[in-house]
Design a protein around this ligand. Structure first.
Ligand SMILES: NC(=O)c1ccc[n+]([C@@H]2O[C@H](COP(=O)([O-])OP(=O)(O)OC[C@H]3O[C@@H](n4cnc5c(N)ncnc54)[C@H](OP(=O)(O)O)[C@@H]3O)[C@@H](O)[C@H]2O)c1
Length: 275
Protein backbone atom coordinates (compact mmCIF):
# COMPACT_ATOMS: atom_id res chain seq x y z
CA UNK A 1 0.00 0.00 0.00
CA UNK A 2 1.05 3.57 -0.58
CA UNK A 3 0.46 6.80 1.34
CA UNK A 4 1.58 10.32 0.48
CA UNK A 5 4.78 9.80 2.45
CA UNK A 6 5.77 6.28 1.49
CA UNK A 7 4.92 2.61 1.55
CA UNK A 8 2.72 1.04 4.23
CA UNK A 9 3.45 -2.51 5.33
CA UNK A 10 0.80 -5.12 6.09
CA UNK A 11 0.94 -4.29 9.83
CA UNK A 12 0.53 -0.53 9.23
CA UNK A 13 4.21 0.42 9.62
CA UNK A 14 5.10 3.27 7.22
CA UNK A 15 8.44 3.73 5.56
CA UNK A 16 9.74 6.40 3.20
CA UNK A 17 9.64 5.84 -0.59
CA UNK A 18 13.44 5.49 -0.76
CA UNK A 19 16.03 4.09 1.59
CA UNK A 20 19.79 4.58 1.65
CA UNK A 21 21.94 1.51 0.93
CA UNK A 22 25.05 1.15 3.08
CA UNK A 23 26.84 -1.89 1.66
CA UNK A 24 30.57 -1.03 1.48
CA UNK A 25 29.97 2.32 3.18
CA UNK A 26 32.74 2.63 5.73
CA UNK A 27 32.79 6.37 6.54
CA UNK A 28 30.51 8.08 9.01
CA UNK A 29 30.53 11.28 6.91
CA UNK A 30 28.73 9.42 4.10
CA UNK A 31 25.90 8.45 6.46
CA UNK A 32 25.76 12.00 7.84
CA UNK A 33 25.62 13.36 4.27
CA UNK A 34 22.80 10.95 3.38
CA UNK A 35 20.81 12.09 6.42
CA UNK A 36 21.47 15.72 5.51
CA UNK A 37 20.33 15.04 1.94
CA UNK A 38 17.03 13.82 3.37
CA UNK A 39 17.26 10.03 3.65
CA UNK A 40 15.69 8.65 6.83
CA UNK A 41 15.72 4.92 6.06
CA UNK A 42 19.15 3.27 6.41
CA UNK A 43 19.64 -0.27 5.16
CA UNK A 44 22.48 -2.22 6.76
CA UNK A 45 23.24 -5.85 7.66
CA UNK A 46 25.40 -7.75 10.12
CA UNK A 47 27.48 -8.85 7.13
CA UNK A 48 28.35 -5.26 6.10
CA UNK A 49 30.39 -4.84 9.31
CA UNK A 50 29.48 -1.16 9.49
CA UNK A 51 26.85 -1.11 12.22
CA UNK A 52 29.18 0.53 14.77
CA UNK A 53 30.03 3.29 12.31
CA UNK A 54 26.34 3.79 11.51
CA UNK A 55 25.63 3.81 15.25
CA UNK A 56 28.10 6.68 15.65
CA UNK A 57 26.44 8.59 12.81
CA UNK A 58 23.03 8.08 14.44
CA UNK A 59 24.43 9.39 17.74
CA UNK A 60 26.02 12.42 16.10
CA UNK A 61 23.38 13.42 13.52
CA UNK A 62 21.02 15.32 15.81
CA UNK A 63 17.98 13.52 14.38
CA UNK A 64 15.61 11.85 16.82
CA UNK A 65 15.68 8.06 16.81
CA UNK A 66 11.95 7.88 16.06
CA UNK A 67 12.49 9.91 12.86
CA UNK A 68 14.81 7.20 11.50
CA UNK A 69 13.94 3.86 9.97
CA UNK A 70 16.72 1.34 10.61
CA UNK A 71 16.93 -2.04 8.92
CA UNK A 72 19.47 -4.77 9.59
CA UNK A 73 19.72 -8.43 8.58
CA UNK A 74 20.85 -11.76 9.97
CA UNK A 75 23.51 -13.34 7.75
CA UNK A 76 23.10 -16.77 6.14
CA UNK A 77 25.90 -18.19 8.28
CA UNK A 78 23.91 -17.26 11.41
CA UNK A 79 20.57 -18.87 10.65
CA UNK A 80 18.68 -20.88 13.29
CA UNK A 81 16.76 -19.81 16.40
CA UNK A 82 19.51 -18.95 18.88
CA UNK A 83 21.91 -17.55 16.30
CA UNK A 84 19.24 -15.21 14.93
CA UNK A 85 18.48 -13.83 18.39
CA UNK A 86 22.21 -13.40 19.05
CA UNK A 87 22.72 -11.66 15.71
CA UNK A 88 19.89 -9.24 16.48
CA UNK A 89 21.38 -8.43 19.90
CA UNK A 90 24.78 -7.77 18.31
CA UNK A 91 23.20 -5.49 15.69
CA UNK A 92 21.30 -3.29 18.17
CA UNK A 93 24.36 -3.15 20.44
CA UNK A 94 26.61 -1.97 17.61
CA UNK A 95 23.98 0.44 16.29
CA UNK A 96 23.52 1.78 19.82
CA UNK A 97 19.72 1.55 19.66
CA UNK A 98 16.98 -0.08 21.75
CA UNK A 99 15.00 -1.45 18.81
CA UNK A 100 15.14 -1.91 15.03
CA UNK A 101 12.44 -0.74 12.65
CA UNK A 102 12.98 -3.78 10.48
CA UNK A 103 14.96 -7.01 10.71
CA UNK A 104 15.39 -9.29 7.68
CA UNK A 105 16.64 -12.82 7.00
CA UNK A 106 19.42 -11.94 4.53
CA UNK A 107 19.42 -15.21 2.49
CA UNK A 108 17.23 -18.31 2.90
CA UNK A 109 19.96 -20.94 3.02
CA UNK A 110 23.59 -21.17 4.06
CA UNK A 111 24.86 -23.50 1.31
CA UNK A 112 23.51 -24.98 -1.95
CA UNK A 113 23.08 -28.44 -0.44
CA UNK A 114 21.76 -27.22 2.92
CA UNK A 115 18.60 -28.80 4.33
CA UNK A 116 17.15 -25.30 4.50
CA UNK A 117 13.53 -25.91 5.47
CA UNK A 118 13.95 -26.81 9.19
CA UNK A 119 16.59 -24.11 9.66
CA UNK A 120 14.40 -21.47 8.03
CA UNK A 121 11.46 -22.54 10.22
CA UNK A 122 13.56 -22.05 13.36
CA UNK A 123 14.97 -18.76 12.06
CA UNK A 124 11.48 -17.45 11.39
CA UNK A 125 10.35 -18.45 14.91
CA UNK A 126 13.11 -16.23 16.29
CA UNK A 127 12.02 -13.38 13.99
CA UNK A 128 8.44 -13.75 15.28
CA UNK A 129 9.67 -13.69 18.88
CA UNK A 130 11.55 -10.43 18.27
CA UNK A 131 8.43 -8.97 16.67
CA UNK A 132 6.13 -10.17 19.48
CA UNK A 133 8.47 -8.71 22.09
CA UNK A 134 8.43 -5.32 20.35
CA UNK A 135 12.17 -5.39 19.69
CA UNK A 136 11.48 -4.78 16.00
CA UNK A 137 8.57 -3.00 14.30
CA UNK A 138 8.54 -5.14 11.14
CA UNK A 139 10.08 -8.45 10.07
CA UNK A 140 10.84 -9.78 6.64
CA UNK A 141 13.25 -11.57 4.37
CA UNK A 142 15.68 -10.91 1.55
CA UNK A 143 16.58 -12.95 -1.53
CA UNK A 144 13.71 -15.36 -0.88
CA UNK A 145 12.11 -16.98 -3.94
CA UNK A 146 8.41 -17.96 -3.94
CA UNK A 147 9.13 -21.50 -2.69
CA UNK A 148 11.12 -20.14 0.27
CA UNK A 149 8.26 -17.76 1.11
CA UNK A 150 5.67 -20.51 0.71
CA UNK A 151 7.56 -22.57 3.27
CA UNK A 152 7.46 -19.70 5.79
CA UNK A 153 3.86 -18.75 4.99
CA UNK A 154 2.44 -22.22 5.43
CA UNK A 155 2.68 -22.25 9.23
CA UNK A 156 3.91 -18.90 10.45
CA UNK A 157 2.12 -16.77 13.04
CA UNK A 158 3.43 -13.50 11.63
CA UNK A 159 3.86 -13.21 7.88
CA UNK A 160 6.98 -11.70 6.30
CA UNK A 161 6.17 -8.06 5.55
CA UNK A 162 9.05 -7.36 3.17
CA UNK A 163 11.25 -9.20 0.66
CA UNK A 164 14.42 -7.34 -0.37
CA UNK A 165 15.54 -8.48 -3.82
CA UNK A 166 17.96 -7.54 -6.55
CA UNK A 167 15.65 -5.47 -8.74
CA UNK A 168 16.48 -3.08 -11.59
CA UNK A 169 15.82 -2.69 -15.31
CA UNK A 170 17.27 -5.83 -16.85
CA UNK A 171 16.65 -7.94 -13.74
CA UNK A 172 13.09 -7.46 -12.49
CA UNK A 173 12.56 -11.00 -11.08
CA UNK A 174 8.91 -10.83 -12.16
CA UNK A 175 7.90 -14.26 -10.80
CA UNK A 176 9.05 -13.33 -7.30
CA UNK A 177 7.93 -9.69 -7.35
CA UNK A 178 4.44 -10.68 -8.57
CA UNK A 179 4.23 -13.42 -5.93
CA UNK A 180 5.07 -10.83 -3.25
CA UNK A 181 2.63 -8.27 -4.64
CA UNK A 182 -0.18 -10.85 -4.57
CA UNK A 183 0.72 -11.84 -1.01
CA UNK A 184 0.87 -8.24 0.28
CA UNK A 185 4.63 -8.52 0.85
CA UNK A 186 6.42 -5.22 0.13
CA UNK A 187 9.37 -5.62 -2.25
CA UNK A 188 12.52 -3.56 -1.71
CA UNK A 189 15.12 -3.20 -4.46
CA UNK A 190 18.75 -3.88 -3.70
CA UNK A 191 21.19 -2.68 -6.35
CA UNK A 192 18.38 -0.58 -7.88
CA UNK A 193 21.02 0.95 -10.19
CA UNK A 194 22.44 -2.48 -10.97
CA UNK A 195 25.53 -1.19 -9.15
CA UNK A 196 25.99 1.08 -12.25
CA UNK A 197 26.08 -1.91 -14.64
CA UNK A 198 22.83 -0.86 -16.35
CA UNK A 199 23.41 2.89 -16.55
CA UNK A 200 25.01 2.79 -20.02
CA UNK A 201 22.36 0.52 -21.53
CA UNK A 202 20.95 2.05 -24.77
CA UNK A 203 17.35 1.86 -23.52
CA UNK A 204 18.27 3.65 -20.28
CA UNK A 205 20.14 6.31 -22.25
CA UNK A 206 17.17 6.75 -24.62
CA UNK A 207 14.69 7.15 -21.77
CA UNK A 208 17.01 9.46 -19.83
CA UNK A 209 17.04 11.77 -22.83
CA UNK A 210 13.27 11.45 -23.39
CA UNK A 211 12.38 12.39 -19.78
CA UNK A 212 15.24 14.84 -19.19
CA UNK A 213 16.51 12.73 -16.29
CA UNK A 214 19.63 10.62 -15.64
CA UNK A 215 19.71 6.85 -16.23
CA UNK A 216 19.93 6.40 -12.43
CA UNK A 217 16.73 8.41 -11.94
CA UNK A 218 15.01 6.29 -14.61
CA UNK A 219 16.02 3.15 -12.68
CA UNK A 220 14.66 4.53 -9.40
CA UNK A 221 11.40 5.73 -10.96
CA UNK A 222 11.08 2.25 -12.52
CA UNK A 223 11.18 0.78 -8.99
CA UNK A 224 8.51 3.13 -7.63
CA UNK A 225 6.16 2.56 -10.56
CA UNK A 226 6.44 -1.17 -9.86
CA UNK A 227 5.55 -0.49 -6.17
CA UNK A 228 9.09 -1.46 -5.23
CA UNK A 229 11.07 0.54 -2.65
CA UNK A 230 14.58 1.35 -3.92
CA UNK A 231 17.69 1.42 -1.70
CA UNK A 232 20.32 3.30 -3.76
CA UNK A 233 23.81 3.69 -2.31
CA UNK A 234 26.00 6.67 -3.12
CA UNK A 235 29.07 8.24 -1.61
CA UNK A 236 28.52 11.64 -3.24
CA UNK A 237 26.12 14.27 -1.92
CA UNK A 238 25.29 15.33 -5.47
CA UNK A 239 24.24 11.79 -6.48
CA UNK A 240 22.43 11.24 -3.16
CA UNK A 241 20.29 14.30 -3.92
CA UNK A 242 19.85 13.33 -7.57
CA UNK A 243 18.55 9.92 -6.45
CA UNK A 244 15.89 11.60 -4.28
CA UNK A 245 14.81 13.90 -7.11
CA UNK A 246 12.45 11.44 -8.81
CA UNK A 247 9.01 12.77 -7.93
CA UNK A 248 8.49 15.26 -10.75
CA UNK A 249 7.96 12.82 -13.62
CA UNK A 250 6.16 9.60 -14.57
CA UNK A 251 7.36 6.91 -16.94
CA UNK A 252 4.63 5.89 -19.39
CA UNK A 253 3.28 2.37 -18.93
CA UNK A 254 4.77 1.52 -22.30
CA UNK A 255 8.24 2.50 -21.07
CA UNK A 256 7.78 0.65 -17.77
CA UNK A 257 7.00 -2.50 -19.78
CA UNK A 258 10.00 -1.92 -22.06
CA UNK A 259 12.25 -1.72 -18.99
CA UNK A 260 10.63 -4.77 -17.41
CA UNK A 261 11.01 -6.93 -20.50
CA UNK A 262 14.41 -5.80 -21.79
CA UNK A 263 17.04 -8.55 -22.13
CA UNK A 264 18.72 -9.54 -18.87
CA UNK A 265 21.32 -6.87 -18.09
CA UNK A 266 23.47 -6.08 -15.10
CA UNK A 267 22.58 -9.14 -13.01
CA UNK A 268 24.96 -9.44 -10.04
CA UNK A 269 25.28 -13.21 -10.54
CA UNK A 270 23.90 -13.80 -7.04
CA UNK A 271 21.13 -16.36 -6.56
CA UNK A 272 19.92 -17.95 -3.31
CA UNK A 273 20.47 -21.49 -4.58
CA UNK A 274 23.72 -21.01 -6.51
CA UNK A 275 26.87 -20.04 -4.70
N1 LIG B 1 19.89 -7.93 0.56
C1 LIG B 1 20.97 -8.13 -0.17
O1 LIG B 1 21.39 -9.28 -0.40
C2 LIG B 1 21.69 -6.96 -0.72
C3 LIG B 1 22.69 -7.15 -1.69
C4 LIG B 1 23.33 -6.02 -2.21
C5 LIG B 1 22.95 -4.75 -1.77
N2 LIG B 1 21.98 -4.60 -0.81
C6 LIG B 1 21.55 -3.26 -0.32
O2 LIG B 1 21.17 -2.45 -1.45
C7 LIG B 1 21.95 -1.26 -1.44
C8 LIG B 1 22.17 -0.72 -2.84
O3 LIG B 1 22.78 -1.66 -3.67
P1 LIG B 1 24.28 -1.53 -4.21
O4 LIG B 1 25.07 -0.72 -3.24
O5 LIG B 1 24.72 -2.91 -4.52
O6 LIG B 1 24.15 -0.82 -5.61
P2 LIG B 1 23.39 0.43 -6.27
O7 LIG B 1 22.75 1.28 -5.25
O8 LIG B 1 22.57 -0.13 -7.37
O9 LIG B 1 24.61 1.19 -6.96
C9 LIG B 1 25.59 1.85 -6.22
C10 LIG B 1 26.62 2.38 -7.21
O10 LIG B 1 25.99 3.34 -8.05
C11 LIG B 1 26.69 4.57 -8.01
N3 LIG B 1 25.68 5.63 -8.07
C12 LIG B 1 24.81 6.02 -7.10
N4 LIG B 1 23.99 6.98 -7.55
C13 LIG B 1 24.35 7.24 -8.81
C14 LIG B 1 23.88 8.14 -9.81
N5 LIG B 1 22.86 8.96 -9.56
N6 LIG B 1 24.48 8.15 -11.02
C15 LIG B 1 25.53 7.31 -11.28
N7 LIG B 1 26.02 6.42 -10.39
C16 LIG B 1 25.43 6.38 -9.16
C17 LIG B 1 27.45 4.54 -6.72
O11 LIG B 1 28.63 5.29 -6.86
P3 LIG B 1 29.01 6.46 -5.80
O12 LIG B 1 29.01 5.80 -4.46
O13 LIG B 1 30.35 6.91 -6.26
O14 LIG B 1 27.94 7.52 -5.94
C18 LIG B 1 27.78 3.07 -6.56
O15 LIG B 1 28.93 2.72 -7.31
C19 LIG B 1 23.23 -1.71 -0.73
O16 LIG B 1 24.03 -0.61 -0.34
C20 LIG B 1 22.67 -2.52 0.40
O17 LIG B 1 22.13 -1.69 1.42
C21 LIG B 1 21.34 -5.69 -0.30
Amino acid sequence: MISEKGFILENGVELPFLGFGTYKVAEETIILDALEAGYRHLDTARMYQNEKMIGNAIKNCGIQRRELFLTSKVWKGDLGYDNTLRSFEASIKDLGVQYLDMFLVHWPQSAPDADWKPVLTETWKAMERLYDEGAVAAIGVSNHLPHHLMHILKDCNTRPMVNQLEFHPGYAQSATTNFCLNQGIQVEAWSPLGRTRVLEDPLLLELAQKYGKTPAQICLRFCLQNNVLPLPKSSSMERMKQNLDIFDFDLSMEDVYRLTTMPETGWSGQHPEHF
